[in-house]
Write a new protein. Sequence first.
Length: 133
Amino acid sequence: VEPVYEAVVEVYAANATTDTYRFVFYKDGQLITSGITVPDLWCQSTAGSPSDIIGATGSRVSLTEIGTTERWFYSATSGGTDEQLDDGELADCEVRFTHGGAVRTDVFSAFRSGGMIYVGGIGGSGGGGGRSF
């Protein structure tokens, strides 16, 4: 039986110019506490013609580990790259990480409304997951 991997994401509006994406990864329902390498993220707005808002299909952004906890984050800003979700904007996102010698992929959606960011799983190899703040 193949192991089941899952990424759980929390996304929150840290302030007026930053959205923070935080990730933890699970294998068969157990928190992975070692061995995660090269996690990255890509998000695409679904409004109108889809456009990359975080990273790009061939050029994803790297996640940063919080200490040595195997917990990871990315801060999306509204600066020159304007990665922040606008009010009413929906994005489909993909997070990848390597564990056990193989690349694992999970997908989720993020939606901003009234200063809150809502997250939901949309499928993928790990099922997605998350919650809003």
